[in-house]
Each structure stands twice: as C-alpha cells, then as structure tokens.
Ligand binder design. Structure first.
Ligand code: ADP
Ligand code: MG
Length: 256
C-alpha cells in the first residue's frame, strides 16, 4: 500500500498567552497507509486537534516535513476532507448548499455536479431534506451532511475530529456502522479522533495514542479484528481484553 500521509520529524509549538512557547509535537514521525482507518486517542488538550490542523494546513509546523501521497504539499487546505467536532454546517445555508460548498468554492458546481450531489444526498438518507436548514435536522443527519461535505472536497484523506461525540449511544452505533460501510465502499483513508476507546477499537485498523505532551512518539495498537465488523464483535473476548488494557493505559495518563 502507498503512503497516504507521512510526518517526518515534525515539531510544532505555539505562543501561550504568558509569552512562553508551548511545544505540542517534538520531532514526531508516523505514517498512514492509503486506505487505512486509523484512530487517534488521548487525553483532552494533548494536541489531537492541533495534529489535524497541521495536516490540513491551518497551522504550519516549525520544523519537519508533512507529505501527502508522497508530495510535500505546501498548500494542503482544500485538498483534505475535514470534518470538525461540531458539524460545522452553516446555519443560513440549506442542506444542499452546505453539502455542495466545497464544489462551489472550487467553481465546480455546474448542472452535472448538482445532479451528483442530489444523488449522494439520497444515498446518505437525506432525500427530501435538500431544502431544509441544519437546525431542522437530527444530530445524525447533520453529521451525515457534514461527512458528505468532507467527501465532496474530493480528497482521498478524510480527517474526522470526534464526529460522533455529541450523539446519543444508539445513533452513535448506527453512525459508526454507516461510516464503516462508506469507508469500505469509497476506499478512502480515514484519520479519526475520538476519546471513546470502544469506538476506536470498533472502527480502526490501528490506534495511535497521544500519551505525553510534547508528543515525541505515538503509542500504537493494531486492532486484532477482521472485517466487516458488526456490533456483535464488541462481545469478542479479544476485543474486551484490549479495551480494558487501553482504558488502563489511558487512565494512567490523566491527571486530575
Ligand atoms: P485535543 O484536541 O487533544 O484536546 P488540542 O490540539 O485542541 O487538544 O490542543 C492542545 C493544547 O494546545 C490546548 O491547550 C490548546 O488550547 C493549545 N493550542 C494549540 N494550538 C494553539 C494555538 N495556535 N494557539 C493557542 N493555543 C493553542
Ligand atoms: Mg480536540
């Protein structure tokens, strides 16, 4: 498999309000292969969202290199499907306009594209809601519009930052299974931030763990479950044991 994303000795720090430099990443290196589903887990404030902002080009590293598909692209913004923690939908735009935003921004929203977006909306269970506004939708539906918008960016790499953390348990489960179906069908590479250990294990091929700040090396777990996965895999003893271990590891990292 080709490399989708490579971090090579990446260092990032920001200036705190007291003027001191706070380092978040210290010569961090890791690789994500094309087509992988990788979760990123770690205590809040450890720098997970910052990692996504670096990947998408919203922040710039102090040192080191970030490669996408083998290229050290300077301007990655617009080349990555980024779904932020809050769904990020614009309240004054309809479902259709929100979903089609990346195409409009690129000037690619002609008749053909319009037809394509309508078809995708149907596939995503949003038919009949094209002209509704985000506040008229359920949480799961808003997440699907947001996900569709990330997809329509055309990027092979999707960054999803705690997309399901605000959903109730049942909707979350349904969305997780739905996401796995989309991922399998579309052959995308997904990086997925979560603080939910079970979610990370259920979805991922690998889990990367932020265990210290600044992060010099990410912990890594390969999930020993086949695919396709269903809810019943959550009862698999290997799964339960790994979940307990991961929870214990994370518990050690939390200071209260
Ligand atoms: P996580 O997503 O793991 O909860 P974040 O990546 O959001 O953590 O943030 C890590 C810490 O770095 C937070 O305390 C955040 O406020 C801080 N931080 C990151 N980038 C900046 C920045 N450019 N300016 C100010 N603070 C920042
Ligand atoms: Mg975050």
């Amino acid at each position: 498999m080709a490399d989708s994303l490579v971090f090579e000795d990446v260092t990032f720090s920001y200036k705190r309000s007291d003027g001191k430099n706070a380092q978040i990443l210290k010569q961090l290196s890791f690789t994500i292969k094309a087509g992988e589903f990788v979760s990123v887990i770690g205590p809040s404030g450890s720098g997970k969202s910052t990692l996504f902002r670096l990947i998408s080009g919203l922040e710039t590293q102090d040192e080191g290199k970030i490669f996408m598909n083998g290229e050290a692209m300077k301007n990655r913004l617009g080349h990555i499907g980024y779904m932020a923690q809050k769904d990020g939908l614009l309240p004054w735009l309809t479902v259709l306009d929100n979903a089609a935003l990346p195409l409009k921004l690129k000037g690619l929203y002609g008749k053909e594209a319009q037809k394509d977006v309508m078809e995708q909306l149907e596939r995503f269970g949003l038919k009949g809601f094209e002209e509704n506004f985000p506040h008229e939708l359920s949480g799961g539906m808003r997440q699907r519009v947001s996900f569709l918008r990330a997809l329509l960016s055309g990027s092979e790499l999707l960054l999803l930052d705690e997309p399901f953390s605000a959903l109730d348990a049942v909707t979350k489960m349904v969305m997780q299974e739905w996401l796995l179906e989309q991922w399998t069908e579309m052959e995308k590479t997904i990086l997925f931030i979560t603080h939910d250990v079970e979610e990370a294990l259920f979805l991922s091929d690998r889990i990367l763990i932020f265990s210290e700040t600044p992060v010099e090396r990410l912990g890594e777990i390969t999930v020993p479950l086949g695919r396709p996965r269903t809810v019943s895999d959550l009862k698999n003893p290997a799964f339960t044991m790994l979940k307990e271990k991961l929870l214990m590891d994370l518990k050690k990292m939390v200071t209260i």
